[in-house]
Design a protein around this ligand. Structure first.
Ligand code: OXC
Length: 319
């Protein structure tokens, strides 16, 4: 039966906040999305959307280097939110609109008020389709991840939704304990959140160079966010749990963590993801990775007899 389906009949299109994406595979905020050239390259690629680096009010240099290291199993980073400042990413929205895909802006203000100010300002930019509010950067010295403080997350969302005119989603840190999933879900359930991206890097891991007997990145005595293969089971658990806890809502779950091939993307969608983001693997392979993962996912769907991601999204079975 699967052989009756031609690859041309298989669609990877999806919707986030009612916005159509030609493909459910796109870039994670972080790698290779900080400059105009990088964002144009994503526009020209098979990525289903363009997502900016998390923006702050003012341009930031970020943490000292080395601050990103690729390993056999993934990556460790402590970039510290280097970015050009929100205005550059907002002003690029008109030209990025030339590509046939939505442009999302990631926002990670350095304070409560900074987040509110940026989100208020973004109302003036017609071609920003939605905002991913980053509640989970683990790398700014002295700044806790907002997503681990449920009351702070609630207050921030109250303030942000009071001024927002665009769909707002959140980028969550990984949770590891069942009550914590429920506590965050009960916060999110009180707001018209458009999407939840699960997960940011696993915060504050440590990678060691045994020959040098040292850490491998400079900031924070070597502590940094872990990405790549190693975090896939945690990412899948977070996608699945939030899909289940928020399933009565219209919100989309976006899977991020450990995706480097079509089967990884398939697993995230099976857990309930409406789209998937590529981080560590995109950093390694560049923009061709979107087409490769697309082709691999389509072949898996052909084999299984699926025409669209809705045929299997969220349908993970218990045994
Ligand atoms: N997650 C983020 O949200 N930001 C970056 N790194 C990360 O792992 C950063 O800029 O440090």
């Amino acid at each position: 039966m699967s052989n009756d389906i031609s690859l041309n009949d298989i669609s990877l299109s999806t919707k986030i906040a009612g916005i159509a994406l030609p493909s459910c595979i796109y870039n994670a905020s972080g790698p290779l999305c900080s400059t105009a050239d990088e964002l144009h390259a994503i526009g020209k690629s098979a990525s289903g959307a363009i997502l900016s680096k998390s923006a702050t009010l003012a341009k930031r240099a970020g943490n000292p280097s080395p601050r990103y290291i690729d390993t056999k199993w993934g990556s460790i980073n402590s970039m510290g939110l280097p970015n050009e400042g929100y205005e550059l990413y907002a002003n690029l929205s008109n030209e990025l609109n030339a590509y046939d895909k939505p442009y999302f802006m990631s926002v990670s203000g350095m304070s409560f008020d900074e987040n509110v100010t940026i989100i208020k300002e973004l109302a003036n930019f017609e071609h920003i389709s939605a905002i991913e509010l980053n509640l989970s950067c683990p790398n700014v010295p002295g700044k806790p991840q907002a997503g681990y403080d449920f009351e702070q997350s609630r207050s921030l969302l109250e303030a942000v939704f009071a001024v927002a005119t665009k769909p707002i989603g959140v980028k969550l840190p990984p949770y590891f304990d069942m009550p914590h999933f429920e506590m965050m879900a009960s916060v999110l359930n009180d707001f018209p959140i458009a999407f939840a991206t699960c997960i940011n890097s696993i915060g504050n891991g440590l990678v060691i160079d045994t020959s040098l007997e040292s850490v491998v990145i400079k900031p924070k005595h070597g502590f940094g966010g872990i990405g790549g293969d190693f975090i896939k089971p945690t990412a899948l658990a977070n996608v699945r749990k939030f899909y289940t806890l928020l399933s009565d809502k219209k919100l989309a779950i976006i899977g991020c963590g450990g995706i480097k091939n079509g089967m990884d993307a398939f697993e995230h969608i099976l857990c309930g993801a409406s789209a998937v983001q590529i981080g560590t693997h995109f950093m390694r392979e560049g923009t061709p990775c979107f087409k490769t993962i697309e082709n691999e996912l389509k072949s898996i769907m052909k084999e299984k007899g699926y025409h669209s991601i809705d045929d299997f999204k969220g349908k993970l079975k218990d045994i």
